[in-house]
Design a protein around this ligand. Structure first.
Ligand code: SF4
Length: 337
């Protein structure tokens, strides 16, 4: 009796392992996917889309973000125009509570279920924690939306305070693979970021953790990063593509080619079949107008509406029209509670 040939093609394996059984790709398998040629891209995106539809469903989660404190950060993340250490044009500025509530209201009107308050800091001080507490309370009193925060590295006490305020999700990005991190940030470590994420998870908040692709990492490191995220099991992974900002150390890096960006999104979907995979900053310049459509049909199931933190994104209507055109419903608030 002859044995049936064992299929060694990574997409055939992924179809059985990820699509049928819901088991994400390993680091080695992710690397194989990242190495696929452009001739397999369409097939890869279609599989990533099937995986997302099977394990996450058709809903797309919409989120708005607002910067409570912009610029003047003491850290040296080489991609970031909010660092006070580089000659980048972002000035330090604070937002007041009424403006914060107004932004939450505008965000809720788009159908968004999450509103994320972001501050450009190493970690919050007492003043920032007090501002956040006041802001979260005011939003919860006036707006029907879930509040997320992104305030840098936290102490255990601050984690507990945020959980007690009713913060639903905490964003803290690992940014890149552990092995590449020292080339990106020198003022703190990957492990310090990991510690914050662990405390957030243990306190019962949802974990949102992603990073930026196209910061000079190798394909091996891209696969390593996907595997490290899979180990963390975040509820949400925001994927950014480097938008090289003038004045930052990464200001002269090349923009990631569109095919590489789409291949990476699909590979991350196959490594993380159940996570909310969100298109975050930088996609306009990497993917162009068609990018949103291809991404949403290639593994993405969440978008950020409106402006990003320091660069202009697409207008909210453009994204929401696209979801309508693709017949993908916006996830409703009651389903996320
Ligand atoms: S800690 Fe955040 S705000 Fe500060 S430089 Fe790094 S990425 Fe930018």
């Amino acid at each position: 009796m002859t044995q049936a040939p064992v299929d060694t093609d990574v997409l055939a394996i992924a179809r059985e392992q990820v699509l049928e059984r819901g088991e994400g790709l390993t680091q080695e398998q992710t690397l194989e996917v990242l190495r696929l040629g452009d001739d397999r891209l369409e097939e890869l995106l279609a599989l990533a889309h099937e995986v997302r539809m099977k394990w996450c469903g058709p809903e797309v989660e919409v989120e708005g973000i607002i910067s409570l404190k912009t610029g003047g950060c003491p850290e040296d993340c080489h991609f970031c125009s909010q660092s006070g250490l580089f000659q980048s044009p972002v000035r330090a500025a604070w937002l007041d509570i009424p403006s914060l509530v107004e932004a939450a209201k505008q965000t809720a009107k788009t159908g968004a279920t999450e509103f994320c308050i972001v501050a450009a800091v190493r970690g919050p001080d007492e003043r920032l924690m007090a501002q956040v507490a006041a802001g979260v309370e005011a939003i919860r009193n006036e707006v029907d939306i879930q509040v997320a925060c992104s305030l840098g590295m936290l102490t255990q006490e601050q984690v507990d305070q945020l959980a007690a305020m009713g913060v639903h999700r905490y964003n803290h990005n690992l940014e890149t693979a552990k092995s590449h991190f020292p080339q990106v940030v020198t003022t703190h470590t990957w492990e310090e970021r990991w510690d914050t994420l662990r405390m957030v998870r243990e306190a019962g908040m949802e974990v949102c953790c992603g990073g930026i692709l196209g910061m000079g990492e190798t394909l091996e490191q891209r696969a390593e990063f996907a595997a490290q995220l899979a180990e963390l099991e975040p509820d949400e992974v925001p994927l950014n593509f480097l938008n090289p900002r003038p004045g930052t150390p990464f200001g002269d890096l090349e923009v990631l080619p569109a095919a590489d960006a789409l291949r990476a999104v699909a590979a991350f979907r196959l490594a993380l079949p159940r996570t909310i995979l969100r298109f975050a900053g930088g996609r306009e310049i990497t993917l162009g107008d068609l990018g949103a459509k291809q991404g949403i049909l290639g593994g993405i199931n969440a978008v950020i509406v409106g402006n990003y933190l320091t660069t202009l994104g697409r207008p909210a209507e453009a994204d929401l029209d696209l979801l309508g055109e693709l017949k993908m419903p916006i996830k409703a608030l009651n389903e996320t509670l």
